[in-house]
Design a binder for this molecule. Structure first.
Ligand code: APR
Length: 237
């Protein structure tokens, strides 16, 4: 992996860092991305509230299918490299848009999930949180009888407040920000690296291709995150 000495020096001198990750960091695990050249999940995918209100059973079944697909996938070298970064920086957090739990599986123990987690569920009415539920039929809440849905953020829904506040806090206080495998088109997640930059952080994008964020970041490394991040970690030792 080619990286300017100046940039490597900057990374090595940082004490606090965070990574904002997107579907591209899980793509090497075999989980399709939403957009980009082999984007899989189209906008027709029932990832929204209207769809759920119209046909909750269908949306429940579809999310169970996704969860079962994701369950068969393993963390890839980019996940392990980010988990290892915890030993390189005094403070290292992963802020992820992904719902696949692969950062946690790879050993990252400080993960902020902006878009929820496919293994967690919640009552659509009272908000009670449930773990994984294996049920063909959409389950009902034992507290209020409401329908239970995946605890993931659908289009048009607000992000979990505490996750967003924590992510912003890291963005504002970290010296370094890695932006890994995201097209940078979905807000407010995509603005987190920009907040970081505004506050003086050095922002490095790792992506297969240029994105809308490329012109704003300080440095881009184009290629496969599953190759770049492990190599970068080795260079920091
Ligand atoms: N290494 C690095 N980058 C990669 C790799 C890889 N191996 N494979 C794909 N990419 C890049 C693509 O070039 C693209 O820029 O990952 C990005 C994936 O973009 P999206 O599919 O738009 O995923 P993401 O940015 O995470 O989407 C954000 O949109 O649909 C919603 O809630 C969903 O969390 C998701 C959000």
């Amino acid at each position: 992996m080619k990286i300017d000495d100046e940039v490597l020096k900057k990374i090595k001198s940082a004490k606090t860092a965070f990574a904002l990750t997107g579907a591209g960091s899980s793509a090497p695990s075999g989980i399709p991305t939403f957009r980009g050249s082999n984007g899989f999940w189209t906008d027709k995918t029932p990832f929204d509230v209207e769809e759920f209100n119209k046909n909750p059973q269908k949306v429940w079944e579809w999310h169970c299918e996704i969860r079962e697909m994701i369950k068969k996938k393993a963390p890839n070298p980019s996940h392990f490299a980010l988990a290892n970064m915890q030993t390189v920086f005094r403070n290292f957090v992963v802020v992820t848009q992904n719902i696949d739990n692969l950062h946690q599986k790879a050993g990252s123990n400080r993960v902020i999930e902006l878009h929820g987690n496919i293994y967690r569920n919640k009552c659509n009415d009272c908000g009670k949180i449930f773990g994984e539920i294996n049920s063909k039929k959409i389950p009902e809440c034992d507290k209020c009888g409401g329908l239970i849905r995946p605890d993931v953020v659908w289009f048009g829904e607000p992000l979990p407040y505490d996750a967003l506040i924590k992510a912003r806090a890291y963005a504002e206080s970290s010296e370094l920000c890695f932006v890994v495998g995201t097209s940078g088109v979905v807000q407010p997640a995509a603005s987190i690296p920009l907040i970081s930059k505004e506050k003086g952080a050095f922002v490095i994008e790792i992506n297969r291709e240029k994105t809308v964020l490329s012109e704003y970041v300080d440095y881009s490394i184009f290629g496969d995150a599953a190759v770049i991040l492990p190599e970068l970690y080795e260079r920091l030792l």
